[in-house]
Design a binder for this molecule. Sequence first.
Ligand SMILES: *[C@@H]1O[C@H](CO)[C@@H](O)[C@H](O)[C@H]1NC(C)=O
Ligand SMILES: *[C@@H]1O[C@H](CO)[C@@H](O)[C@H](O)[C@H]1NC(C)=O
Ligand SMILES: *[C@@H]1O[C@H](CO)[C@@H](O)[C@H](O)[C@H]1NC(C)=O
Ligand SMILES: *[C@@H]1O[C@H](CO)[C@@H](O)[C@H](O)[C@H]1NC(C)=O
Ligand SMILES: *[C@@H]1O[C@H](CO)[C@@H](O)[C@H](O)[C@H]1NC(C)=O
Ligand SMILES: *[C@@H]1O[C@H](CO)[C@@H](O)[C@H](O)[C@H]1NC(C)=O
Length: 481
Amino acid sequence: MPSPALLTLACALSIATGASAYSYGAGNPQASQEKQFSQEFRDSYSILKHYGGNGPYSERQSYGVARDPPTGCEVDQVIAIKRHGERYPSPSAGEGIESALAKVYKANSTVYKGDLAFLNDWTYYVPDACYYNAETFSGPYAGLLDGYAMGNEYRARYGHLWDGESVVPLFSSGYSRVINTARKFGEGFFGYNYSTNAALNIITESETQGADSLTPSCDVDNDQTTCNALTNIMPEFKVAAARLNSQNPGMNLTASDIYNLMVMASYELNARPFSHWINAFTQDEWVSFGYVEDLNYYYCAGPGDKNMAAVGAVYANASLTLLNQGPEEAGSIFFNFAHDTNITPILAALGILIPDEDLPLDRIPFGNPYSTGNIVPQGGHFVIERLSCKATPISKAGPYVRLVLNEGVVPFNDCTDGPGYSCSLANYTSILNKNLPDYTSTCDVPASYPQYLSFWWDYNTTTTLNYPSGPIKCQEGDASD
Ligand SMILES: *[C@@H]1O[C@H](CO)[C@@H](O)[C@H](O)[C@H]1NC(C)=O
Ligand SMILES: *[C@@H]1O[C@H](CO)[C@@H](O)[C@H](O)[C@H]1NC(C)=O
Ligand SMILES: *[C@@H]1O[C@H](CO)[C@@H](O)[C@H](O)[C@H]1NC(C)=O
Ligand SMILES: *[C@@H]1O[C@H](CO)[C@@H](O)[C@H](O)[C@H]1NC(C)=O
Ligand SMILES: *[C@@H]1O[C@H](CO)[C@@H](O)[C@H](O)[C@H]1NC(C)=O
Ligand SMILES: *[C@@H]1O[C@H](CO)[C@@H](O)[C@H](O)[C@H]1NC(C)=O
């Protein structure tokens, strides 16, 4: 019990604070010493930002620009592309994981010690090999939950763009977990109206789809050697191997095994609420791991690959057409679903988040804008908003564009004169028309394949694909229903 004297003192202090000309905000003075704003940023560290694109979604660490439309503006068209939700590892990642785990298990002569003591009662989180590739459904970070939750959130944010009557197309690339994400999102967005008012369109991932695709490919000079050599370049992986080997002699883990075990650790939260494996590695080891993932995306699916901007130009160009046609001519809602490596080329085409120089392989350039955890975590999504704005003291009335990545506003390079640091549609258009590379010529797309994206204007309004027609197959990937 505080003494009456202390209470009196607290009261006097709060009155003094409340009366101060320097107090922040207009709130009532409070006796509590609780801070209005926490001063902690915990080394700016969260594991969620250091496992590349493997682990659960987290919002982008933004520049602080408000997410909601600026005063006087309203979103009148939304064009979004979402990566599938949290998933199990791919079959090929599974191979590396299982071989590293086999070395760990072979060493178990007695009981595990040190950082691996938890292994005495841990089991691998992939129930059997058939689950590889699939979206997860268990735990608080489950992929199916992510799809539904985002649909629900986007109904609140963009529901005003649906008239409550018309049929709205959803576009998914033809891959099992992507389709399942689109369906869950649709249920979250439309609620009881999903079965009748959403029309799922599935666009095959086949190369023969040419530019009329959410997953355009580019086989020209597709050099993967840099990416393939990345798994053991980090000195920290050797340190981790030495530590775990000394705690549990006989495992003989190498730097590549450590990489595979960290891959495994980074997927664990997709299926479970807790990962002991994440804690088996140090914060600095995770910083190294995260950078290896950044290198992977940068050199093999991002601006470090000379063809990727052209690949992303398909979507960048077609969305530019939607924006200029506007909601009356083109429609208001374009929700698309594909993969991480279909989003990174779009960002490259738009010229955002490009480092000043190619990412170095021999050191971490701290402050690097190409931080995968902020770009394509599982469930990551990129939104282009068309804003209809009234005049302000600094800008004219009219249409503006804002780019939003994982719920953080990303200014369009130098064009930030509009409300909320947006770019006028006219300037956005002229900048892109000048800069967008040409996909079909850069990537030698055969003339017999479609040469531009047309499904946004030429979609089906049937609901026949809204639900799966049968069980998901073992390790299902490409799918058409
Ligand atoms: C390791 O060995 C101990 C003792 O034999 C056993 O109880 C434990 O289940 C084993 N752990 C694993 C992961 O195999
Ligand atoms: C949407 O669902 C609600 C609840 O079932 C229903 O009352 C309404 O008629 C539906 N709207 C349309 C356009 O189907
Ligand atoms: C680890 O290496 C030692 C010495 O090279 C060898 O005797 C042992 O069999 C190896 N253990 C495993 C599990 O491979
Ligand atoms: C850009 O998009 C428009 C409309 O979708 C299309 O007609 C045009 O061919 C596209 N240009 C390129 C270079 O893909
Ligand atoms: C658009 O470009 C014009 C001419 O270059 C410039 O005056 C204007 O400030 C730009 N507007 C925006 C929003 O960047
Ligand atoms: C629409 O349906 C037809 C017939 O099933 C199919 O050939 C076409 O590819 C579909 N279009 C889209 C955009 O899914």
